[in-house]
Design a protein. Structure first.
Length: 180
């Protein structure tokens, strides 16, 4: 199968994102001391869940910023002020709406993975959560900034967002399958 120029650009950008994620995840796993985040040995599940929800504040703040961007855009645009039930978004806010929709979908996935991980990771392993959150936020910003440039512009951000989600669910499945 021969890849188009766009597909080749997407593969390259995604490969860079995978490498960044691998380095960040491995680095946090190997070198970030759990006490840096207040993680002590044998935290009960409730405290690990609370840790995840506190860490995911940044995830939710990103979503709030996306909602605000669309709301502000609608308010400032005569074509859009009626809302999405009245018409398709105008070009002025179409990208903001697309970023919001995609960010909402990614937020559901990432928070779900973090909550599941909180039930299977040991306290010392919870250092992965802030790393996953940081990758999510950087990935979302890169996605939003690149979106107007099209498929290739948003590929790096999408992959930087998606890899930790995939890694989180994969890790959870492996840990659950091995009896954790």
């Amino acid at each position: 199968m021969t890849l188009s120029t766009d597909q080749q650009s997407i593969v390259r950008a995604s490969a860079v994102a995978v490498a960044v994620c691998a380095m960040a995840i491995a680095g946090s796993w190997l070198w970030v001391p759990p006490h840096l985040f207040g993680l002590v040995a044998d935290l009960p599940v409730a405290e690990r869940l609370a840790f995840v929800l506190r860490a995911d504040l940044l995830v939710f703040l990103w979503l709030v910023a996306c909602v605000q961007a669309v709301a502000s855009g609608r308010f400032r645009s005569a074509a859009d002020i009626g809302g999405s039930a009245r018409s398709e978004p105008s070009p002025k806010i179409a990208v903001k709406c697309a970023v919001l929709q995609n960010s909402l979908e990614q937020t559901v996935l990432v928070v779900g993975s973090h909550l599941v991980l909180a039930t299977v990771l040991r306290s010392s392993e919870m250092v992965l959560i802030p790393t996953f959150v940081a990758l999510f936020v950087v990935g979302r910003v890169a996605f939003a900034l690149g979106y107007a440039r099209g498929r290739t512009g948003r590929a790096f951000g999408m992959a930087l967002t998606g890899v930790p989600i995939f890694a989180g669910y994969s890790l959870a499945v492996v840990l659950l399958a091995t009896g954790r």
